[in-house]
Design a protein around this ligand. Structure first.
Ligand code: GLC
Length: 745
């Protein structure tokens, strides 16, 4: 390893001599000797470029970035892959620049790096906070082992619109659940010691309201009330800050007409001032320069000025700061204190990661080899996947299937797909690294035949191109139908290709893509004994299947161990316990549809037409938030809800497993504030407890509701608790609930 520049050694030596010097002191000492160019350099993040193991690039953008790297004008890089490449870049930053300030390496470690856990929406369906945290811990371990210090996750955007492709990346529609999950994921990524070589800095993203893109169209306008902003959108971010998230990523969209990257209200008034956020804000990819498209910035210099003054500390791939911020400070459009504050925040995270103590501590090739696909990670990924599966229907208990069942036919391209189960955010993992359903059935020595029936998409697919849906090629239908006539039971694996959800992948129709619905109906016509396994990155509108198919299993995109998790449920090795984190619409026309809606002035139903409804569709969803079946059944009894003298409500309920099979139940607690200073939702999740019960076992579950759960934000952002009547509800989903009213005087 080449020597560290003498000047940095001097700083470090004086600092280490006084070991009690805090990180803040070390940061201040460093900032004092940095030039303005070097400071601005820390605010510049570049995407990984040239093939590092080859010669440095000599022309074009890559060579310009390389020169900036050597000048110390790059503070961070993203998408650099593997220890060798990270080391190559770090060596330039540490050994060739004047101050040798190390680079921080970011990557989208959304649900794992090489070993992938289920997509975040699927993980949310587990309601298992411990498993979710473990999943993030494993992701951090593998990421840190390949030289990454920082993940652009968790995405904590609440969304009520399944047309939006990025619902796969979040925790669904509910603020309470999304907040709890976001905090666990941050704890999993960051651990207790950020300087450890198995922890990485996390990012709460996208600040703010990106999940409310109009008509579910990605990158579209957002226009929501301040009440929704404060009560629905902000809480997961506020909790992230309270749990020491190191970075926050802003967003592509406007809030109140101002692009998030140039939004002072969001980044300075709320995030840094009201919530006292101590980390740094990273822009989204090009979200700075896109302010020109928004008609909010004139040119790149204006982008630099507006972004910096609004509190966007680091520029991802807009080239605004590296080209214009120095001049903007010199001409007075941006105060140097603004730059110093941003640089202080960035350097602090680098010190906390231990990068100044050892810039190559994350570059250990032996550890990289040992940690990638570690057996413990594979096992945890399988556990998480099983817990994420939601049983939506199981008529006449067709499930679980017997392992010695004869005459099983498997139909569907996704049954043989080793990539789609990895989801769209698999850029760090390896192609074809998922266990398919067919592979798992073979490993289990299940006797089955297979017919593809129809491709979901045709042609080459990748992270950036539009997929081409197969709407015409039915050449596989004939043999599939003939095979179905002879089969006893049919497992149909249908749904979305992995690149039909995710960023840039909004859909206006939410049925089974392509000709899969026709395939399902043609198979059903000759043999109705079908178990439908859905593989998808978002809620789908499948009313025909719900009406006709005896068993439906929601298997999302379950990551590396997908096939094994699905067969574990189908053949009863694991009793499904998942609950939907997002409402399934009956039709797209109902969207946005969510459980915690406001009552409106005209709830129904009413005899006349003058109430809030459709003439051609019910108001009810296909499957409600919090819904999921088990192979056993649960009964709720002995429900009590009582006010205490300090404005709290004590809740207790007895849950009994009324079947023979051991099972897990997510006991859910909802409230309704009947009369308040603003209209409050008909119900809101304010507690849950996932419990395991043996057959015929009972357990009392208790909750305490405090002002924190009973209160809400006024449109101006003030949190208030108001006494009065509260409806308290408990149950195994957001629809079938025991209810009691409690008055807080
Ligand atoms: C993308 C996404 C963001 C991601 C970033 C880096 O456009 O919006 O979530 O972290 O760019 O890949």
């Amino acid at each position: 390893m080449k020597s560290t520049p003498i000047i940095l050694l001097l700083i470090l030596s004086t600092i280490t001599l006084n070991a009690q010097k805090t990180i803040d002191d070390r940061v201040d000492s460093l900032i004092k000797i940095m030039t303005l160019e070097e400071k601005v350099g820390q605010m510049n993040q570049y995407n990984g470029f040239w093939e590092l193991t080859g010669p440095a690039p000599t022309d074009g953008l890559a060579s310009k970035k390389y020169k900036h790297l050597e000048l110390g004008w790059v503070g961070s890089m993203l998408n650099v892959r593997g220890v060798k490449n990270v080391r190559k870049i770090q060596e330039i930053a540490v050994n060739k620049t004047r101050l040798g300030i190390p680079i921080i390496f970011g990557f989208d470690i959304i649900h794992g790096h090489k070993t992938l856990s289920p997509i975040p929406l699927a993980e949310a369906a587990s309601w298992d906070l411990e498993a979710i945290r473990k999943s993030a811990e494993i992701a951090a371990t593998e990421a840190a082992a390949v030289g990454i210090n920082w993940t652009f996750a968790p995405m904590v955007d609440i969304s009520r619109d399944a047309r939006w492709g990025r619902v796969m990346e979040g925790a669904g529609e509910d603020t309470y659940l999304g907040t709890k999950i976001g905090v666990e994921r941050i704890k999993g990524f960051q651990g207790d010691d950020l300087s450890a070589t198995n922890t990485i800095a996390a990012t709460a993203k996208h600040f703010a309201a990106y999940g409310f893109a109009e008509s579910g169209k990605d990158y579209n306008t957002v226009d929501i009330s301040s009440s929704t902003l404060h009560n629905v959108v902000f809480p997961p971010f506020k909790a992230a800050v309270e749990n020491d998230v190191k970075t926050v990523m802003n967003a592509f969209n406007v809030v109140n007409g101002v692009p998030a990257t140039g939004n002072k209200y969001l980044q300075r008034d709320i995030l840094k001032k009201k919530w006292n956020f101590q980390g740094f804000v990273i822009s989204d990819w090009g979200s700075g320069v896109e302010m020109i498209n928004h008609g909010f910035a004139e040119n790149l210099e204006d982008v630099a000025v507006k972004s910096a003054n609004a509190g966007s500390d680091m520029d991802m791939e807009s080239y605004a700061y590296v080209n214009h911020l120095v001049a903007s400070v010199r001409n007075g459009k941006v105060k140097e204190e603004v730059v110093d504050d941003a640089v202080r925040r960035i350097l602090k995270v680098k010190f906390e990661l231990g990068l100044f103590d050892d810039p190559f501590k994350y570059c250990n090739e032996a550890r990289e080899k040992e940690m990638i696909y570690h057996p413990d990670h594979i096992a945890a990924s399988l556990d998480m996947a099983k817990k994420s599966i939601v049983l939506l229907k199981n008529e006449k208990n067709i499930l679980p299937l017997a392992k010695n069942e004869e005459g099983i036919l498997v139909v569907g391209a996704l049954a043989n797909d080793k990539n789609s189960p990895l989801g769209s955010w698999r850029i760090g993992s390896d192609d074809n690294s998922a266990v398919s359903v067919l592979e798992s059935l073979k490993e289990m020595n299940i006797d089955f035949d297979y017919e593809k029936g129809a491709d979901v998409v045709v042609g080459e697919t990748n992270f950036i191109n539009e997929v081409k849906v197969n709407n015409t090629d039915k050449s596989g239908f004939g043999t599939a139908v003939e095979a179905a006539k002879k089969a006893k039971k049919i497992i149909m694996v249908l749904g979305e290709h992995g690149f039909q959800s995710g960023e840039g992948r909004s859909r206006a129709q939410l049925g089974l893509p392509g000709i899969q619905q026709e395939l399902l109906e043609e198979i059903y016509a000759v043999n109705p004994n079908i178990v439908l396994v859905l593989m998808n990155g978002r809620p789908l509108t499948i009313p025909w299947a719900d009406e006709n198919i005896p068993a439906i299993v929601e298997a999302w995109q379950l990551g590396t161990q997908s096939g094994h998790a699905i067969t574990s449920v189908l053949f009863g090795d694991y009793n499904p316990s998942g609950k939907l984190p997002m409402t399934f619409p009956r039709s797209v026309g109902q969207i946005p549809i969510y459980y915690n809606y406001l009552p409106t002035g005209r709830p129904g139903p009413k005899k006349a037409v003058f109430w809030s409804h459709y003439s051609d569709e019910t108001n009810e969803p296909l499957y409600p938030f919090g819904y999921g079946l088990s192979y056993t059944t649960f009964e709720y009894s002995n429900f009590k809800a009582n006010a205490t003298n300090n404005n709290q409500i004590q809740v207790s309920v007895t849950v009994t497993n009324t079947g023979k099979m051991k099972g897990e139940e997510v006991v859910q607690l909802y409230i309704r504030d009947k009369v308040a200073s603003i209209s409050r939702p008909v119900k809101e999740l304010k507690g849950f407890d996932k419990i395991s019960l043996e057959g015929n076992e009972s357990k009392e579950v208790t909750f305490t509701l405090t002002e924190d759960e009973l209160g809400f934000y006024m449109p101006d952002g003030e949190f208030v608790f108001e006494k009065g009547t509260f409806e308290i509800m408990v149950g195994g989903n957001s629809k079938d609930l025991l209810r009691q009213e409690v008055i807080l005087k």
